[in-house]
Every structure is written in C-alpha cells, then in structure tokens.
Design a protein around this ligand. Structure first.
Ligand code: ATP
Ligand code: MG
Length: 223
C-alpha cells in the first residue's frame, strides 16, 4: 500500500487552531499516514502584502505541531527558487521527495473556489487528491459547479462519501470539518489592537507572538 500523505500549504502568518483542527480531522477522515504543513516562502497571492519572515512563521508551526505523531513541516517551498507555486511543489514531491506516495492536497473552500487563478491549476488535479475544507462564509454546494466550469464536466458526486470522482483525474473530497471562524487576518488585527488571541492559537504561539512583538502596531511602523 502506498503511503497516503497530506500537504497543507499556506502562509501561516500565524498558524491558528482553524488550520490545526482541519488538518487533524482530515488525517482522521481520510486515514492519512502523514501530513506536511508547507509554509510558502514567497506566496504569489500575497504579493505586495507585508508578511512575517519565513523563520517566524516556521517557528510558530514548529511550536504548534510538536509531539504530533503524524504532523510534520516541510521547507520545500523555501528551497525551491522563485514564487511558491503549488503545482511545482507537488510535481517535485511526486517525482523526487515522495515517489510512490498518494498525495492529498488540502485547501480551504475560500482557496478552492479561487483555484482557477493559480498558476497551471488544472495540473493540480493530475497530481493529487484535492481536499476542500469547509470554511465559514463559503458554501460547499459551489464545488460541483466550479469543477464542471473550470476543470472537467466528467466529475460526478458520490453523495455517500461527499467525494467527486473522475475517470482520469484524482478525486476531489469535501470534508465536513468543524466550522471554525478563525483567520490569520483576524488574529493579526486583534494583536494590533492590543486584544486577546488566547484560545485562537496554541499558548506557545501566543507567547511567541508577544515575545517577538509580531503584528504589534510598533513593529508594523518600524519595519
Ligand atoms: P489569511 O487571513 O492571512 O489569509 P488564513 O487564516 O486564511 O490567513 P492561510 O495561511 O491563508 O490562513 O491558509 C492556509 C490554508 O488553510 C488555506 O487553504 C485556507 O483556506 C485554510 N484555512 C485557513 N483557516 C481555516 C479555517 N478556519 N478552517 C478551514 N480551513 C482554513
Ligand atoms: Mg488565507
């Protein structure tokens, strides 16, 4: 049996319990052997936006995943030159890093419904299972229409498994993960306003943010 390996890309600025719980529920529901969080070094969708240096986003992930038997972090996107394009990352994983593994690419529904703006997005469906994660504000009923319009009208829904199958491409799974209305944007705003972020991130991450003064008003002005 090939290994079943999940990949969760993102900016993780900072990682929060919305990411962690969705990842946990995916590992459980799809019986994954391992899941790699893959922080983007230079995310194409955040061009022009100020993001924290990779080392801080990496450290906060490390603090959050410590001790989890199946969660790992990968610095592949930092090692690859140029922008962090998911197609390139997945190609590299399939060809060199994890040959033979069955890959599952996790994306929140917000990101999923914008996949057609990603570089060479159609190829994603030839490289990995796609796992669309529920996210407040976005409706899973839009998945079928999106697949039909943007990828291929040969996808058919298996209502029992909430899985869309295709004769040539990988399936698209719709995960019924717990709705957690949490985003990194909101966490950054709360810190900036001097408000509490307790229970939105792990305690170690909260301490890290406070110690390093990330997202604080002063740090935004100075840098
Ligand atoms: P930002 O507000 O800065 O965009 P974010 O909270 O969306 O941050 P990202 O790093 O952009 O976090 O997200 C990485 C991946 O995790 C994306 O696929 C995103 O859709 C997904 N994700 C983020 N938050 C949640 C959540 N609360 N529930 C489910 N999926 C989520
Ligand atoms: Mg986001």
């Amino acid at each position: 049996m090939p290994e079943r390996v999940g990949i969760m890309g993102g900016t993780f600025d900072p990682v929060h319990i919305g990411h962690l719980r969705a990842a946990e529920e995916t590992v459980e529901a799809l019986n994954l052997d391992a899941l790699f969080f893959m922080p983007a070094a230079d995310p194409p969708h955040k061009t022009g936006k100020k993001i924290q240096p990779f080392k801080h986003r990496w450290r906060m992930l490390q603090l959050s995943l410590e001790g989890h038997p199946r969660f790992h972090i990968s610095d592949l996107e930092r090692r690859l030159p140029g922008k962090s394009y998911s197609v390139i990352t997945l190609r590299k994983l399939r060809e060199e890093v994890l040959p033979g593994a069955e890959l599952f690419f996790l994306v929140g529904l917000d990101a999923f419904l914008e996949l057609d703006t990603w570089w060479h997005y159609k190829e994603l469906f030839q490289l990995a299972h796609i796992v669309a994660l529920r996210r407040p504000g976005y409706s899973g009923t839009e998945i079928a229409g999106f697949l039909k319009r943007k990828i291929s009208d040969l996808y058919t829904l298996n209502a029992e498994t909430a899985q869309f199958d295709h004769p040539q491409l990988y399936p698209v799974h719709y995960l019924h993960n717990t709705h957690l209305e949490i985003s990194s944007t909101r966490i950054r705003h709360l810190v900036k306003e001097g408000r509490s972020i307790r229970y939105l991130v792990l305690p170690e991450v909260m301490s890290y943010i406070m110690t390093k003064k990330l997202y604080h008003l002063e740090s935004l002005i100075i840098s």
